[in-house]
Design a protein around this ligand. Structure first.
Ligand SMILES: Nc1ncnc2c1ncn2[C@@H]1O[C@H](COP(=O)(O)OP(=O)(O)OP(=O)(O)O)[C@@H](O)[C@H]1O
Ligand SMILES: [Mg+2]
Length: 508
């Protein structure tokens, strides 16, 4: 008789139900797997047969055919080992159970141990959506799946344990739901660690309030990396939905630390400058999310920006704007979310001391301009706030620390975000950085004086339309922090100040 049980597959961010069907007929001892399996699924055969033997079952004396439905989607990976194992036992009559309400995933070792899998969280979400009541997963991934409410998650060490459970000889307790703990919401660093640097801190506060991108330029050791690392600490707390979204991507990439199945704080990803374009944007024959998606709902930090491969920098341009990235493959496209804030940092020249108040720069003029020109105009345009990070004077470093804490700054950020939430309700975006051009004049009203300043600056700087849009959006955020509905001269002037480095470094 044909037997059927549920499993879960993964394609990009989306998990989908896979029905694993098995039929045992005639005499024989063959096992065939159909339903567009890739090489790793085909190898399930060997692992399953070995596990059967280890569990004391005789090698079936029938022809067995296993079908993975729907047959038009390519099945990838080794998670189907467990459901194949179980359906075969059902089909040959070695096991008798009603498993209609259950789903199974997991790779088997030759002796029947269950190995961890990637993407168990999106699979659990999908199982829940499809009415699965019991989800059997490898022990190592169980906490990850238990994030999902309304579905029982059964952790399995090996298939022997599952068989005893099905035969009611051993009880397995479903895991209690994983919920974020208070201590998981705390960051190990704080803004009050940073002495001085009031302008850079102000820039990060504005960036956090409106979700804008930031570029830091400064000599070595001035605190650029230190500042960037603290940006997540002043962003609003992740909502539970955002935690799930980000955790799903980390689950697919297989980077959720064991015992910590939920990403509870905003991610801070800092890929090394030798990262490939695919490493940044995502890729591979089974498209994996790249750094830009791993930073989803958090911060992507590109330290030493000019050292990045030009193509890696360029690949980011569209995703920064869209908040999603599509990886094209011959058979299908996969889209991952990447709603990020980009922070980039760089030295002003190869030696690092161009423009330093006391140390002499040893680079020639050409070397400086060649170095700066590695950052393309279009990318520079997308970095809304350009901030010079000067060396901190000795007095600031040695003074008693009275700097504001991240908590205090975050309260102002939250207030500004609140205005934006009300303003953008029902519009499909949530932050000033995402205001579409067509709504700019309606959402960003400037008073007459501010308009005049903006016009003069536009003419004087020869700004691009994108730079203009971004300047106004940043001014909108500055006005929000100031609780002003109208953009006034001081708001636009501060916004312009954060675009003035273009001229200092890139104009000549
Ligand atoms: N404003 C500051 N307040 C307190 N400590 C600071 C400050 N700036 C720098 N430091 C100290 O100097 C160290 C180096 O700073 P950081 O790595 O952030 O510099 P950087 O600007 O990123 O340098 P590089 O250009 O070499 O990457 C920090 O770990 C910190 O200990
Ligand atoms: Mg650094």
């Amino acid at each position: 008789m044909i037997q059927e049980i549920k499993s879960m597959g993964l394609f990009g961010m989306e998990a989908y139900c896979v029905n694993v069907e098995a039929d045992a007929y005639l005499k024989g001892n063959s096992l065939d797997i159909v339903g567009l399996p890739d090489a790793s699924v085909k190898e399930a055969k060997e692992r399953v047969v070995s596990a059967l033997r280890q569990c004391g079952f005789e090698t079936p004396t029938k022809k067995i055919i296993v079908n993975l439905a729907p047959a038009n989607i390519k099945k990838v990976g080794s998670v189907y080992d467990l459901p194949i194992f179980i359906t075969i036992l059902l089909a040959v009559g070695s096991l008798n159970a009603d498993l209609k309400d259950a789903a199974f995933i997991g790779e088997l070792s030759l002796n029947g141990e269950l190995r961890p899998a990637n993407g168990v969280l999106p699979m659990a979400l999908c199982a829940k959506r499809n009415g699965v009541r019991r989800f059997f997963v490898p022990d190592a991934n169980a906490h990850e799946a238990a994030v999902v409410d309304g579905i029982e998650i059964y952790p399995l060490k090996n298939v022997q344990q599952l068989i005893r459970f099905i035969r009611q000889r051993e009880d397995i307790q479903p895991l209690p739901r994983t919920l974020p703990q208070k201590e998981d919401l705390i960051y190990p660093v704080d803004f009050s660690d940073v002495r001085g640097q009031s302008i850079a801190k102000r820039a990060l506060e504005i960036a956090a309030a409106g979700s804008h991108n930031v570029l830091f330029i400064g000599s070595p050791g001035t605190g650029k990396s230190m500042l960037a690392k603290r940006l997540p600490t002043i962003l609003p707390d992740l909502t539970f939905e955002e935690m799930i979204e980000t955790s799903q991507i980390h689950s697919i990439a297989g980077i959720l630390p064991e015992g910590k199945p939920l990403v509870t704080t905003r991610p801070f990803r800092s890929p090394h400058h030798t990262v490939s374009s695919a490493g940044l944007s995502g890729g591979g024959s089974v498209p994996r999310p790249g750094e830009v998606s791993l930073a989803h709902n958090g911060v992507l930090f590109m330290d030493e920006l000019p050292e990045f491969d030009r193509s890696a920098m360029e690949v980011l341009r569209q995703p920064i704007e869209d908040g999603t990235i599509t990886i094209s493959r011959a058979n299908a496209n996969v889209t991952y979310p990447c709603s990020i804030m980009l922070v980039a940092a760089m030295n002003p020249c190869p030696c690092g001391y161009f423009g330093h108040p006391t140390r002499k720069c040893t680079c020639s003029r050409q070397m400086v301009s060649r170095y700066l020109s590695k950052v393309s105009g279009p990318l520079l345009d997308r970095l809304d706030l350009h901030v010079e990070v000067p060396p901190v004077p000795f007095e600031s470093l040695s003074e008693d620390n009275t700097a504001e804490t991240s908590d205090v700054i975050r309260q102002r950020v939250n207030q500004a975000r609140q205005f934006q939430q009300e303003r953008f309700r029902g519009k499909g975006f949530f932050s000033n950085s995402r205001i579409p051009s067509s709504m700019l004049s309606e959402i960003c009203p400037l008073d007459d004086k501010a308009k005049e300043i903006l016009k003069n600056t536009f003419d004087k700087l020869g700004m691009s339309a994108r730079a203009y849009d971004r300047l106004v959006k940043v001014a909108r955020t500055i006005a929000d922090l100031d609780r002003s509905e109208v953009i006034r001269p001081k708001h636009i002037l501060e916004s312009i100040q954060f675009r003035s480095l273009d001229r200092k470094y890139w104009s000549s």
